[in-house]
Design a protein around this ligand. Structure first.
Ligand code: HAM
Length: 425
Protein backbone atom coordinates (compact mmCIF):
# COMPACT_ATOMS: atom_id res chain seq x y z
CA UNK A 1 0.00 0.00 0.00
CA UNK A 2 1.31 3.47 -0.86
CA UNK A 3 1.61 5.66 2.20
CA UNK A 4 0.12 9.11 1.85
CA UNK A 5 1.03 12.34 3.61
CA UNK A 6 -1.18 13.31 6.56
CA UNK A 7 -4.41 15.02 5.45
CA UNK A 8 -3.92 18.77 5.06
CA UNK A 9 -0.11 18.49 5.21
CA UNK A 10 1.70 19.13 1.96
CA UNK A 11 5.05 18.30 0.42
CA UNK A 12 6.81 21.28 -1.10
CA UNK A 13 8.64 19.79 -4.07
CA UNK A 14 11.90 21.14 -5.55
CA UNK A 15 10.01 22.59 -8.55
CA UNK A 16 8.05 24.87 -6.23
CA UNK A 17 10.81 25.72 -3.76
CA UNK A 18 12.20 28.65 -5.77
CA UNK A 19 9.05 30.71 -5.08
CA UNK A 20 9.26 29.86 -1.37
CA UNK A 21 12.91 30.86 -1.16
CA UNK A 22 12.21 34.13 -2.97
CA UNK A 23 9.31 34.96 -0.62
CA UNK A 24 11.27 34.02 2.50
CA UNK A 25 14.22 36.16 1.36
CA UNK A 26 11.92 39.16 0.76
CA UNK A 27 10.34 38.73 4.20
CA UNK A 28 13.68 38.46 5.98
CA UNK A 29 15.00 41.50 4.15
CA UNK A 30 11.98 43.57 5.04
CA UNK A 31 11.98 42.50 8.72
CA UNK A 32 15.71 42.98 9.17
CA UNK A 33 15.63 46.45 7.59
CA UNK A 34 13.10 47.40 10.28
CA UNK A 35 15.29 46.11 13.13
CA UNK A 36 13.74 42.66 13.79
CA UNK A 37 16.06 39.79 14.70
CA UNK A 38 15.22 36.15 14.06
CA UNK A 39 14.12 33.91 16.91
CA UNK A 40 13.59 30.13 16.60
CA UNK A 41 11.45 28.43 19.21
CA UNK A 42 10.43 24.74 19.45
CA UNK A 43 7.65 23.32 17.30
CA UNK A 44 6.37 21.48 20.38
CA UNK A 45 5.38 23.31 23.59
CA UNK A 46 3.46 22.33 26.74
CA UNK A 47 -0.23 22.34 25.72
CA UNK A 48 -0.89 24.49 28.79
CA UNK A 49 1.00 27.39 27.18
CA UNK A 50 -1.60 27.65 24.39
CA UNK A 51 -4.55 27.14 26.73
CA UNK A 52 -3.35 30.01 28.90
CA UNK A 53 -2.43 32.43 26.13
CA UNK A 54 -4.81 31.72 23.21
CA UNK A 55 -7.76 31.01 25.54
CA UNK A 56 -9.74 27.93 26.50
CA UNK A 57 -12.95 28.97 24.73
CA UNK A 58 -11.39 29.31 21.24
CA UNK A 59 -11.66 27.01 18.24
CA UNK A 60 -7.89 26.57 18.16
CA UNK A 61 -7.60 25.32 21.72
CA UNK A 62 -10.88 23.44 21.83
CA UNK A 63 -10.68 21.59 18.55
CA UNK A 64 -7.56 22.22 16.54
CA UNK A 65 -4.54 21.34 18.62
CA UNK A 66 -2.47 18.29 17.76
CA UNK A 67 -1.82 16.87 21.22
CA UNK A 68 1.06 14.57 22.09
CA UNK A 69 0.94 12.69 25.36
CA UNK A 70 4.30 11.53 26.63
CA UNK A 71 4.67 10.03 30.06
CA UNK A 72 3.38 12.71 32.44
CA UNK A 73 3.49 15.53 29.91
CA UNK A 74 0.77 16.87 27.61
CA UNK A 75 2.46 18.59 24.70
CA UNK A 76 1.05 20.27 21.62
CA UNK A 77 2.33 21.02 18.12
CA UNK A 78 2.33 24.81 18.05
CA UNK A 79 -0.81 26.20 16.37
CA UNK A 80 0.83 29.65 16.09
CA UNK A 81 4.07 31.40 16.99
CA UNK A 82 3.15 34.20 19.41
CA UNK A 83 2.78 32.13 22.59
CA UNK A 84 6.13 30.35 22.14
CA UNK A 85 8.00 33.59 21.45
CA UNK A 86 6.41 35.23 24.52
CA UNK A 87 7.39 32.21 26.63
CA UNK A 88 10.98 32.48 25.36
CA UNK A 89 11.00 36.23 26.05
CA UNK A 90 9.96 35.65 29.66
CA UNK A 91 12.26 32.63 30.14
CA UNK A 92 15.35 34.49 28.92
CA UNK A 93 14.54 37.66 30.93
CA UNK A 94 15.12 39.76 27.82
CA UNK A 95 13.03 42.58 29.29
CA UNK A 96 15.89 43.27 31.70
CA UNK A 97 18.39 43.68 28.87
CA UNK A 98 16.64 45.88 26.32
CA UNK A 99 13.73 48.33 26.51
CA UNK A 100 12.22 47.26 23.20
CA UNK A 101 12.70 43.83 21.61
CA UNK A 102 11.78 43.07 18.01
CA UNK A 103 11.71 39.45 16.89
CA UNK A 104 10.73 37.67 13.70
CA UNK A 105 10.17 34.01 12.87
CA UNK A 106 9.39 31.82 9.88
CA UNK A 107 8.24 28.26 10.44
CA UNK A 108 5.54 25.60 10.26
CA UNK A 109 2.41 25.76 12.43
CA UNK A 110 -0.21 23.04 12.99
CA UNK A 111 -3.99 23.24 13.30
CA UNK A 112 -6.42 20.37 12.82
CA UNK A 113 -8.79 22.36 10.59
CA UNK A 114 -10.88 21.08 7.71
CA UNK A 115 -8.46 21.46 4.78
CA UNK A 116 -9.41 23.50 1.73
CA UNK A 117 -7.68 25.92 -0.67
CA UNK A 118 -5.58 28.23 1.51
CA UNK A 119 -6.32 26.28 4.69
CA UNK A 120 -4.07 23.43 5.75
CA UNK A 121 -3.21 21.40 8.83
CA UNK A 122 0.47 22.17 8.51
CA UNK A 123 1.08 25.65 7.14
CA UNK A 124 3.91 28.15 7.22
CA UNK A 125 3.78 31.44 9.03
CA UNK A 126 6.15 34.37 9.07
CA UNK A 127 5.55 36.79 11.89
CA UNK A 128 7.03 39.43 14.14
CA UNK A 129 6.55 40.27 17.81
CA UNK A 130 7.50 43.58 19.44
CA UNK A 131 7.84 43.88 23.22
CA UNK A 132 8.08 47.09 25.21
CA UNK A 133 6.42 49.71 23.00
CA UNK A 134 2.85 50.57 24.06
CA UNK A 135 2.18 53.45 21.67
CA UNK A 136 -0.06 53.60 18.61
CA UNK A 137 2.91 54.82 16.53
CA UNK A 138 4.44 51.36 16.90
CA UNK A 139 1.17 49.75 15.71
CA UNK A 140 0.94 52.11 12.72
CA UNK A 141 4.57 51.50 11.73
CA UNK A 142 3.97 47.73 11.77
CA UNK A 143 0.78 47.89 9.68
CA UNK A 144 2.43 50.28 7.22
CA UNK A 145 5.47 47.97 6.83
CA UNK A 146 3.11 45.07 6.05
CA UNK A 147 1.15 46.97 3.42
CA UNK A 148 4.39 48.07 1.69
CA UNK A 149 5.75 44.53 1.93
CA UNK A 150 2.68 42.93 0.30
CA UNK A 151 2.51 45.65 -2.37
CA UNK A 152 6.24 45.22 -3.04
CA UNK A 153 5.72 41.47 -3.52
CA UNK A 154 3.04 42.22 -6.11
CA UNK A 155 -0.09 41.18 -4.15
CA UNK A 156 -3.10 43.00 -5.61
CA UNK A 157 -6.47 44.11 -4.19
CA UNK A 158 -5.42 44.58 -0.57
CA UNK A 159 -7.95 45.40 2.11
CA UNK A 160 -6.62 46.54 5.49
CA UNK A 161 -9.04 46.22 8.41
CA UNK A 162 -8.36 47.75 11.84
CA UNK A 163 -10.28 47.69 15.08
CA UNK A 164 -9.72 48.15 18.80
CA UNK A 165 -10.79 45.63 21.41
CA UNK A 166 -9.88 47.84 24.36
CA UNK A 167 -8.51 46.28 27.53
CA UNK A 168 -9.85 43.47 29.70
CA UNK A 169 -12.48 45.65 31.43
CA UNK A 170 -13.85 47.01 28.14
CA UNK A 171 -13.98 43.56 26.65
CA UNK A 172 -15.86 42.27 29.71
CA UNK A 173 -18.41 45.09 29.26
CA UNK A 174 -18.67 44.35 25.56
CA UNK A 175 -19.14 40.62 26.22
CA UNK A 176 -22.04 41.54 28.51
CA UNK A 177 -23.57 43.96 26.01
CA UNK A 178 -23.18 41.57 23.09
CA UNK A 179 -24.58 38.64 25.11
CA UNK A 180 -27.66 40.67 26.15
CA UNK A 181 -28.18 41.85 22.57
CA UNK A 182 -27.91 38.37 21.07
CA UNK A 183 -29.81 36.35 23.68
CA UNK A 184 -33.28 37.23 22.29
CA UNK A 185 -32.06 35.85 18.90
CA UNK A 186 -30.76 32.64 20.47
CA UNK A 187 -33.11 30.34 18.54
CA UNK A 188 -32.04 31.96 15.26
CA UNK A 189 -28.32 31.37 15.92
CA UNK A 190 -26.33 28.34 14.77
CA UNK A 191 -25.80 25.65 17.36
CA UNK A 192 -22.17 26.62 17.61
CA UNK A 193 -23.03 30.29 18.25
CA UNK A 194 -25.63 29.34 20.87
CA UNK A 195 -22.92 27.47 22.72
CA UNK A 196 -20.68 30.57 22.59
CA UNK A 197 -23.40 32.90 23.87
CA UNK A 198 -22.41 32.42 27.48
CA UNK A 199 -18.70 31.65 27.43
CA UNK A 200 -17.38 33.77 24.55
CA UNK A 201 -19.95 35.77 22.53
CA UNK A 202 -17.16 37.69 20.73
CA UNK A 203 -16.53 34.53 18.68
CA UNK A 204 -20.03 34.87 17.19
CA UNK A 205 -18.90 38.08 15.49
CA UNK A 206 -16.57 36.20 13.17
CA UNK A 207 -18.88 33.26 12.50
CA UNK A 208 -19.18 32.44 8.79
CA UNK A 209 -22.72 31.12 9.28
CA UNK A 210 -25.31 33.33 7.45
CA UNK A 211 -27.86 33.21 10.32
CA UNK A 212 -25.20 34.29 12.82
CA UNK A 213 -24.05 37.04 10.48
CA UNK A 214 -27.63 38.33 10.16
CA UNK A 215 -28.03 38.33 13.95
CA UNK A 216 -24.83 40.29 14.59
CA UNK A 217 -25.35 42.79 11.74
CA UNK A 218 -26.82 45.46 14.04
CA UNK A 219 -24.99 44.37 17.22
CA UNK A 220 -23.41 47.04 19.44
CA UNK A 221 -19.93 48.17 18.41
CA UNK A 222 -17.02 47.72 20.77
CA UNK A 223 -15.62 51.07 19.63
CA UNK A 224 -18.48 52.78 21.46
CA UNK A 225 -17.47 51.12 24.72
CA UNK A 226 -13.77 52.08 24.72
CA UNK A 227 -12.63 54.12 27.73
CA UNK A 228 -10.93 57.49 27.18
CA UNK A 229 -7.41 56.09 27.18
CA UNK A 230 -8.27 53.30 24.72
CA UNK A 231 -10.08 55.74 22.45
CA UNK A 232 -7.05 58.07 22.41
CA UNK A 233 -4.85 55.09 21.51
CA UNK A 234 -7.12 54.04 18.64
CA UNK A 235 -7.39 57.60 17.35
CA UNK A 236 -3.59 57.84 17.51
CA UNK A 237 -3.38 54.74 15.33
CA UNK A 238 -5.84 55.92 12.67
CA UNK A 239 -4.22 59.38 12.62
CA UNK A 240 -0.75 57.88 12.12
CA UNK A 241 -1.97 55.54 9.36
CA UNK A 242 -3.60 58.45 7.58
CA UNK A 243 -0.42 60.50 7.85
CA UNK A 244 1.63 57.59 6.47
CA UNK A 245 -0.75 57.21 3.53
CA UNK A 246 -1.53 53.61 4.54
CA UNK A 247 -4.97 52.58 3.27
CA UNK A 248 -7.26 51.15 5.99
CA UNK A 249 -10.89 50.64 6.96
CA UNK A 250 -12.17 50.71 10.53
CA UNK A 251 -14.00 47.42 11.05
CA UNK A 252 -15.77 47.21 14.45
CA UNK A 253 -16.83 43.61 13.75
CA UNK A 254 -13.23 42.38 13.44
CA UNK A 255 -12.43 40.10 16.41
CA UNK A 256 -10.17 37.24 15.13
CA UNK A 257 -9.93 33.80 16.67
CA UNK A 258 -7.47 34.31 19.52
CA UNK A 259 -8.45 35.58 22.95
CA UNK A 260 -5.20 37.34 23.84
CA UNK A 261 -5.79 40.55 21.92
CA UNK A 262 -6.12 43.95 23.60
CA UNK A 263 -6.58 47.32 21.90
CA UNK A 264 -5.28 47.32 18.30
CA UNK A 265 -6.39 44.48 16.06
CA UNK A 266 -5.81 44.24 12.31
CA UNK A 267 -6.11 41.95 9.34
CA UNK A 268 -5.00 42.31 5.72
CA UNK A 269 -7.09 40.50 3.13
CA UNK A 270 -6.94 40.18 -0.61
CA UNK A 271 -10.23 40.55 -2.42
CA UNK A 272 -8.94 39.15 -5.73
CA UNK A 273 -10.41 35.68 -5.10
CA UNK A 274 -7.10 33.81 -5.65
CA UNK A 275 -7.23 32.15 -2.25
CA UNK A 276 -10.91 31.31 -2.22
CA UNK A 277 -12.81 31.98 0.97
CA UNK A 278 -9.63 32.06 3.06
CA UNK A 279 -8.99 35.67 2.13
CA UNK A 280 -6.94 36.72 5.18
CA UNK A 281 -3.28 36.99 4.20
CA UNK A 282 -2.20 38.10 7.63
CA UNK A 283 -3.53 39.10 11.00
CA UNK A 284 -2.20 40.57 14.17
CA UNK A 285 -2.72 42.86 17.08
CA UNK A 286 -1.70 44.00 20.49
CA UNK A 287 -1.63 41.56 23.43
CA UNK A 288 -0.54 43.70 26.36
CA UNK A 289 -1.54 41.14 29.01
CA UNK A 290 0.32 38.03 27.85
CA UNK A 291 3.82 38.58 29.23
CA UNK A 292 2.44 39.10 32.73
CA UNK A 293 0.09 36.13 32.31
CA UNK A 294 3.11 33.95 31.50
CA UNK A 295 4.94 35.01 34.66
CA UNK A 296 6.91 37.99 33.34
CA UNK A 297 6.61 41.69 34.21
CA UNK A 298 3.99 43.96 32.68
CA UNK A 299 5.32 44.51 29.15
CA UNK A 300 3.15 45.69 26.25
CA UNK A 301 3.31 43.59 23.08
CA UNK A 302 2.13 43.59 19.48
CA UNK A 303 2.75 41.34 16.51
CA UNK A 304 1.38 39.74 13.38
CA UNK A 305 1.69 36.57 11.33
CA UNK A 306 1.14 35.89 7.65
CA UNK A 307 0.44 32.60 5.92
CA UNK A 308 3.13 31.86 3.34
CA UNK A 309 0.88 29.50 1.34
CA UNK A 310 -1.80 32.18 1.12
CA UNK A 311 0.63 34.86 -0.04
CA UNK A 312 2.02 32.46 -2.65
CA UNK A 313 -1.52 31.69 -3.87
CA UNK A 314 -2.19 35.42 -4.18
CA UNK A 315 0.95 36.01 -6.26
CA UNK A 316 1.32 35.33 -9.99
CA UNK A 317 2.82 31.85 -10.46
CA UNK A 318 5.99 32.95 -12.25
CA UNK A 319 8.70 30.32 -12.08
CA UNK A 320 11.86 31.51 -10.36
CA UNK A 321 14.87 30.95 -12.62
CA UNK A 322 17.28 28.37 -11.22
CA UNK A 323 20.98 29.36 -11.34
CA UNK A 324 22.90 28.12 -14.40
CA UNK A 325 24.47 24.73 -13.68
CA UNK A 326 27.53 22.89 -14.92
CA UNK A 327 27.27 19.19 -15.70
CA UNK A 328 30.49 17.16 -15.50
CA UNK A 329 30.44 14.14 -17.84
CA UNK A 330 33.34 11.68 -17.32
CA UNK A 331 33.98 8.88 -19.84
CA UNK A 332 35.62 5.91 -18.09
CA UNK A 333 36.74 5.07 -14.60
CA UNK A 334 39.87 7.26 -14.40
CA UNK A 335 37.93 10.26 -15.60
CA UNK A 336 35.30 9.52 -12.95
CA UNK A 337 37.66 10.46 -10.14
CA UNK A 338 38.88 13.54 -12.04
CA UNK A 339 35.21 14.55 -12.50
CA UNK A 340 34.74 14.62 -8.72
CA UNK A 341 37.82 16.85 -8.35
CA UNK A 342 36.64 19.18 -11.11
CA UNK A 343 33.18 19.39 -9.56
CA UNK A 344 34.73 20.16 -6.17
CA UNK A 345 36.76 23.05 -7.66
CA UNK A 346 33.73 24.49 -9.46
CA UNK A 347 31.54 24.35 -6.34
CA UNK A 348 34.32 25.95 -4.27
CA UNK A 349 34.10 28.87 -6.73
CA UNK A 350 30.34 29.06 -6.09
CA UNK A 351 29.22 27.42 -9.36
CA UNK A 352 26.34 24.93 -8.97
CA UNK A 353 27.66 21.67 -10.41
CA UNK A 354 26.44 18.11 -10.98
CA UNK A 355 28.96 15.28 -11.50
CA UNK A 356 27.47 12.22 -13.16
CA UNK A 357 29.47 9.12 -12.28
CA UNK A 358 26.92 6.57 -13.47
CA UNK A 359 28.94 5.91 -16.66
CA UNK A 360 27.57 5.48 -20.16
CA UNK A 361 28.24 6.72 -23.68
CA UNK A 362 28.96 10.34 -24.56
CA UNK A 363 25.54 10.52 -26.20
CA UNK A 364 23.70 9.37 -23.09
CA UNK A 365 25.74 11.70 -20.85
CA UNK A 366 24.90 14.68 -23.08
CA UNK A 367 21.24 13.70 -22.98
CA UNK A 368 21.36 13.64 -19.17
CA UNK A 369 23.14 17.02 -19.16
CA UNK A 370 20.35 18.49 -21.30
CA UNK A 371 17.76 16.97 -18.96
CA UNK A 372 19.14 18.86 -15.97
CA UNK A 373 18.82 22.18 -17.80
CA UNK A 374 22.59 22.73 -17.39
CA UNK A 375 24.20 25.54 -19.36
CA UNK A 376 27.66 23.97 -19.61
CA UNK A 377 28.80 20.37 -19.96
CA UNK A 378 32.41 19.36 -19.26
CA UNK A 379 33.47 16.23 -21.09
CA UNK A 380 36.45 14.31 -19.71
CA UNK A 381 37.84 11.15 -21.32
CA UNK A 382 41.23 9.38 -21.36
CA UNK A 383 42.50 11.59 -24.22
CA UNK A 384 41.55 14.79 -22.41
CA UNK A 385 43.17 13.53 -19.19
CA UNK A 386 46.46 12.76 -20.97
CA UNK A 387 46.50 16.19 -22.61
CA UNK A 388 45.61 18.01 -19.36
CA UNK A 389 42.47 19.56 -20.86
CA UNK A 390 38.72 19.27 -20.69
CA UNK A 391 36.15 19.72 -23.42
CA UNK A 392 33.76 22.52 -22.48
CA UNK A 393 30.41 22.45 -24.28
CA UNK A 394 28.00 25.36 -24.10
CA UNK A 395 24.68 23.51 -24.36
CA UNK A 396 22.64 26.62 -25.05
CA UNK A 397 24.96 28.28 -27.61
CA UNK A 398 25.83 24.83 -29.10
CA UNK A 399 29.59 25.59 -29.18
CA UNK A 400 32.55 23.70 -27.75
CA UNK A 401 36.11 24.60 -26.82
CA UNK A 402 39.13 22.85 -25.32
CA UNK A 403 40.23 24.38 -22.06
CA UNK A 404 43.42 23.64 -20.08
CA UNK A 405 42.48 22.01 -16.77
CA UNK A 406 44.16 24.82 -14.79
CA UNK A 407 42.02 27.48 -16.48
CA UNK A 408 38.77 25.58 -16.23
CA UNK A 409 37.11 27.38 -13.31
CA UNK A 410 37.90 30.87 -14.66
CA UNK A 411 36.69 29.96 -18.19
CA UNK A 412 33.48 28.40 -16.89
CA UNK A 413 32.80 31.47 -14.75
CA UNK A 414 33.37 33.77 -17.73
CA UNK A 415 31.05 31.74 -19.97
CA UNK A 416 28.30 31.60 -17.34
CA UNK A 417 28.47 35.38 -17.02
CA UNK A 418 27.56 35.81 -20.72
CA UNK A 419 24.27 35.36 -22.53
CA UNK A 420 24.22 32.11 -24.53
CA UNK A 421 25.00 32.80 -28.19
CA UNK A 422 26.54 36.26 -27.68
CA UNK A 423 29.85 36.86 -29.58
CA UNK A 424 31.97 36.65 -26.43
CA UNK A 425 30.35 33.35 -25.39
P1 HAM B 1 -3.93 33.95 12.83
O1 HAM B 1 -4.89 34.92 12.28
O2 HAM B 1 -4.50 32.76 13.51
O3 HAM B 1 -2.98 34.75 13.81
O4 HAM B 1 -2.99 33.46 11.67
C1 HAM B 1 -2.25 34.39 10.91
C2 HAM B 1 -2.23 33.97 9.45
O5 HAM B 1 -1.78 32.63 9.32
C3 HAM B 1 -3.60 33.98 8.78
O6 HAM B 1 -3.96 35.26 8.35
C4 HAM B 1 -3.35 33.05 7.61
O7 HAM B 1 -2.69 33.72 6.54
C5 HAM B 1 -2.39 32.02 8.19
N1 HAM B 1 -3.13 30.82 8.61
C6 HAM B 1 -3.79 30.60 9.75
N2 HAM B 1 -4.34 29.37 9.78
C7 HAM B 1 -4.02 28.79 8.59
C8 HAM B 1 -4.27 27.50 7.99
N3 HAM B 1 -4.96 26.56 8.63
N4 HAM B 1 -3.78 27.27 6.75
C9 HAM B 1 -3.06 28.21 6.11
N5 HAM B 1 -2.78 29.43 6.62
C10 HAM B 1 -3.25 29.72 7.84
C11 HAM B 1 -1.96 34.20 14.50
O8 HAM B 1 -1.55 33.09 14.33
C12 HAM B 1 -1.31 35.14 15.50
N6 HAM B 1 -0.23 34.40 16.18
C13 HAM B 1 -0.80 36.39 14.83
C14 HAM B 1 -0.16 37.32 15.80
C15 HAM B 1 1.16 37.47 16.03
N7 HAM B 1 -0.80 38.12 16.62
C16 HAM B 1 0.08 38.78 17.38
N8 HAM B 1 1.29 38.36 17.03
Amino acid sequence: MTLRAVKGMNDILPDEIGRWHALEAALRRSFELAGYREIRTPVVEPAELFVRSIGEATEIVEKQMFILKREEETLALRPEGTAGVARAYVASSLHGREAVSRFYYIGPMFRAERPQRGRYRQFWQAGVEIYGDPGPGCDAELIDMLVRLLEGLGVKNLRVLVNSLGGAATRARFREALGSYLRPYADKLSEHARKRLDDNPLRILDSKNPEDQAAVAAAPSILELLDADERTHFEGLTRALTALGTPFEVSPGLVRGLDYYTRTLFEIQTTGGEIGTQNALLGGGRYDGMIKELGGPEVPAIGFALGLERVLLALPAEPVAAPARVFVAPLGERAGIEALLVARDLRAAGIPTDADTRGGSLKSLLRRADGTGARLCLVLGDTELERGIVMLKDLKARTQIEVPRAELVARAEALLATEPGSPSA
